[in-house]
Design a binder for this molecule. Sequence first.
Ligand code: FES
Length: 395
Amino acid sequence: MKKTEKIKLSISKFLKIIPDRLKRIESASDGRPKPRSSYKPNALAEALHPRVQHLTVTETRDLSSDVRLFTLRPDASRGTDRLAPFSAGQYITVFVRVGDRVLSRPYSITSAPYEASEKYEIAVKRKNNGGVSDRIHETWRPGTSVDVSEPMGVFTYEPLRDAADVVAVAGGVGVTPFRSIVRSVLHGDCAARLTLIYGARDRESLLFFDEFSASAESGAIRFIPVTENGDGAVRGVIGADIISEYAPDTAYSLFICGPQAMYRALEKQLPALGLRRKYVRAEVFGQITDPWNEPDATVPDRDVYTLTVRRNGAEEQILCRADESLLSAMERAGIDAPSRCRSGECGFCHSRLVTGECFIPERCDRRREADAVYGYVHPCCAFPRSDLTLEINPV
Ligand code: FES
C-alpha cells in the first residue's frame, strides 16, 4: 500500500492570499478591457472559424455547358485578409441575396487545402429552377463581392478511421470534393491510395477529366471514368458490379458523393460489396427535394400544413407543403432561418418543435439522442405531417 504523502500547508502563505489579491486588483489598469480578439486563443479561433468571410470573385471558367468554376479570394477592404483553412472534402455555405431575403447554399471547396493561402474554388451547376445556383450563374462576375461561412463538414479522409485504400465514387458535379482530395494526394498532403470512379451522362459532362487523367498517368491515383454511352470511358452506370471490378483486393473505404438518386440506388447494392459500415462514407449532395422517394417515407394526410414560427418572442404563421422542408418553407416566406449544410449533418439549423409532427428521413437524421428526446429537429430535413409550431434561433 502506498504511503500517504503529507501535504504541507504554510499558514503564512495562506494568510497572504487575500491581501495579495487585493494589491493586484488595486494596481490593475482602470482602462477599458482589451478587445476579445486581442487574446491569442480568441484570435486563433476567429481565424479558424470566422462567422463570415468576405470574398471577391476573381475568375470564372465554364467546366461544361451547365457547370461553372468560381475562384474566390479574400476581400481585405471588407475585413477579410486571409481565408480560413480547411480539410479536403469540406464545404462552405454561400449567402446569396435574393430580393430582401438572404438564402444560403453549401458548395464543396474543390481547390486543395494548400491553396487556401490564396483562394477557394467552387463549382456551381445551373439548375434552371430560379434558385440560388441560377442566381450565382447570372450575377457572379469577376469583381462581385460574396459572403461565405467558415469551411465545414466531415466528408474528409481520416487515416485513423479510414482504410489506406479509398474508392471514391462520384456522380456529376458530386466530384467536386474529390478534386480537392486528388489535389491533396498530388501535393503529398493526403496519404490515401485513391481510386476515383466517376460517372456522368457523357464524356463532356465529366468535369476535370483532363486533370484526373493526368493525375492517373503520373501514377498518383487510379481514374475510372464511366459514361452511359461508353465514349472514351467504361460503359454503364456505377453500381456494385463496377465498384467491385475496380476496387483493390484489400479492405478499402468507400466515399460516395453524387445526386440523391445515385446514392439511393447504390445504398441498395452496398451489401453486395461486403464492406464494414464504418468504411462507407456518403456526402448527400444537397437537400432532400423528393421525400416521397425515401424508403421510410410516411404519407401525409394533407398537401399543405400551417407552420407557426416563433423567433425572438414573436410568432408568424406560414404555409408549408407536405413535400417541402420546414427550412425551405421559412425561406420561401422570407424568414431568415439559420442553415449551413441543408442535409441534416451540421446541426446549425437545430430548432425546437413545440407542437406537431414531422417526417425526418432516417438517412439524414443526425440529431443527438437528447435532441430527439427533447423535441429538437433539423428543419432542413424535416417535413410536416401536421400543423406545427417551431421555435428557431435568430440568425
Ligand atoms: S443546415 Fe445543417 S443540419 Fe440543418
